[in-house]
Design a protein. Structure first.
Lengths: 239, 312
């Protein structure tokens, strides 16, 4: 598992992918930070993080599209699957390497609270909440992306597929809110959708409302998709 | 060392392999021969645990691949048809990665890998990026990868495909050398390779084993009678008559005028009779000199075609 983690993590930075991923984030989010916090004179990072949520929908696929697709294409999956490593070990190694790159991004973004601490006062609870929320959400997103990538050997399909999934989840959220407000949807359905909703939970955490069940929710989504990935790979062997 | 019993696997409605049974003792080099799509790769993929079998079992060193895949995989070095290489890595990085991936416990990693590079002839390209290597070198990197951890069983899927003639000879020698202390399955559809390297041949066609023997026994079995190809200078009809009148000749068939003034004949003799001497004296007496005389033993190609035809 460790070998796979190390190789994959390194591979992000021996190809342009890692730089494109980190570069796009930094470019977009620093602009947002500049507008919200520097020009807006705000010391709250919630705006930037809410925006990051949107950016993540579009950039996570770049991070995860290659995870398995490229192995299939290069036939290197034959090496992985015939080596004495468990499937779950392979999936975890790969997953953690993608998550690792995302964590790098978060580490880089620590520059924001640092900058704010020079010119103003951080609301530490809010900053911590934001980081935990974005990490939890990133973990879930990456797990979904890894799963989609394990389904196809075509990177483009993997990327578009993950993007589609993220956008669909997002739209579901918006639509359900809309229906709820117009009273067209029974409360129970609404509650159910809210329960499933990724973004609803995210909002709560960023506002500083830190609930254990939200974190459990994100971890569960992550676990479910990683589990599905392992099962999917197993099924591939049987087909 | 390798026990395969009643192995089968189907892809949807088309069958991959059907009821394959064979066993390979320790230290044998076995050639897996068959036309494209016969099921060679499928069989190898199942033995190495890359695919699951639809039925039957495969055991490596007594360990069931399905029941205890991790233990079984430790015994296997596998070179798939397309070497599983990461193009953006250097040979050094790649081999180090495989070493770690396989969880090899060798006292000195660098020494182990250096030795393999020497065996596979990779020392010159050790620091180079795999994407920039020629096909022959990539194949060798693939071979080195399979050798990491000194597995007792090597499974090589068409190891010499895409190599130039000199490299083919080199790789074959490497395989022979390794075969002294290991059990090797080697798949190929290049027939001379089998006679050059293997002690035993398994011919597989349409997912079944159609022959299992030593290469030389196989050719004897199919050859049966002995055929001669003769080129004789002279008139076609006279020669044909003469050939047919000879004792021990079953048939003589004219193949046409290959060289001006001479004709080629395929002469089939009755079993266990050597007709070369009477043939020579008869033709010499008639004043029609022999320009060429060649035995037409059934080559592995013939055997292969014959067996794989029968398999259908």
């Amino acid at each position: 598992m460790l070998a796979i983690f190390k190789r994959d993590f390194k591979a992000y930075f021996t190809s342009p992918i890692g730089y494109i991923y980190l570069g796009s984030y930094i470019l977009v989010l620093n602009l947002i930070f500049y507008f919200f916090n520097a020009l807006g004179g705000s010391s709250s990072l919630s705006g930037v993080f809410s925006f990051m949520l949107l950016v993540m929908m579009f950039l996570t696929p770049i991070l995860t599209m290659r995870v398995f697709s490229e192995e299939y294409k290069q036939k290197t999956d034959q090496l992985l699957f015939t080596s004495p490593v468990k499937l779950s070990g392979i999936v975890m190694g790969k997953y953690l390497s993608s998550l690792g790159v995302f964590v790098c991004l978060l580490v880089l973004s620590l520059l924001w609270p640092f900058t704010i601490s020079i010119f103003g006062v951080n609301n530490m609870a809010e900053v911590a909440g934001n980081y935990i929320a974005i990490l939890a959400l990133g973990a879930a997103y990456i797990a979904m992306g890894v799963f989609i990538s394990s389904l196809t050997e075509n990177q483009v399909i993997a990327a578009v597929g993950s993007l589609g999934l993220f956008v669909a989840l997002y739209i579901l959220e918006q639509v359900s809110t809309l229906f709820y407000e117009s009273g067209a949807m029974p409360v129970i359905v609404m509650r159910f959708l809210r329960f499933l909703s990724i973004f609803g939970r995210f909002d709560g955490i960023t506002r500083g409302v830190f609930a254990v069940d939200d974190i459990v929710y994100f971890l569960s989504v992550t676990a479910v998709f990683l589990f599905l990935t392992v099962r999917g790979l197993e099924k591939r062997r049987w087909s | 060392m390798i026990e395969v019993s009643n192995l089968s696997k189907s892809y949807g409605k088309s069958r991959g392999i059907e009821d394959l049974t064979f066993s390979i003792p320790e230290g044998q080099i076995v050639g897996f021969l068959g036309p494209n799509g016969a099921g060679k790769t499928t069989t190898m993929n199942i033995i190495t645990g890359y695919l699951s079998a639809g039925g039957g079992t495969a055991k490596i060193a007594g360990i069931d691949v399905l029941e205890n895949p991790l233990e079984a995989k430790r015994h296997i070095g596998y070179l798939p048809e397309q070497p599983p290489l990461y193009p953006q890595m250097t040979v050094e990085e790649y081999l180090d990665f495989v070493y770690e991936l396989k969880g090899v416990k060798s006292p000195d990693q660098q020494k182990h890998i250096d030795k393999l590079c020497k065996t596979a002839g990779l020392t010159d390209v050790y620091k180079r990026v795999i994407a920039h290597l020629s096909k022959g070198y990539r194949q060798r990197v693939g071979l080195a990868q399979a050798l990491i951890g000194d597995p007792d069983v090597l499974i090589l899927d068409e190891p010499t495909v895409g190599l130039d003639p000199r490299q083919i000879v080199e790789i074959r020698n490497v395989i022979k050398e390794m075969g002294k202390s290991r059990t090797i399955i080697l798949s190929t559809h290049i027939l001379p390779e089998v006679s050059a390297v293997c002690e035993r041949v398994l011919v597989i066609a349409n997912g079944r084993i159609v022959a299992d023997d030593k290469p030389e026994n196989l050719s004897a079995a199919v050859a049966g009678e002995r055929n001669l190809l003769v080129r004789v200078a002279g008139a076609k009809d006279n020669i044909q008559q003469l050939l047919r009148s000879l004792d021990g000749v079953k048939s003589a068939q004219c193949l046409g005028e290959m060289e001006t003034g001479s004709f080629d004949f395929l002469v089939e003799s009755k079993p266990n009779i050597d007709i070369r001497k009477p043939l020579f004296s008869a033709l010499a007496k008639a004043g029609t000199p022999i320009l060429m005389l060649r035995p037409q033993d059934a080559s592995l190609e013939d055997i292969f075609l014959k067996l794989t035809e029968e398999g259908k």
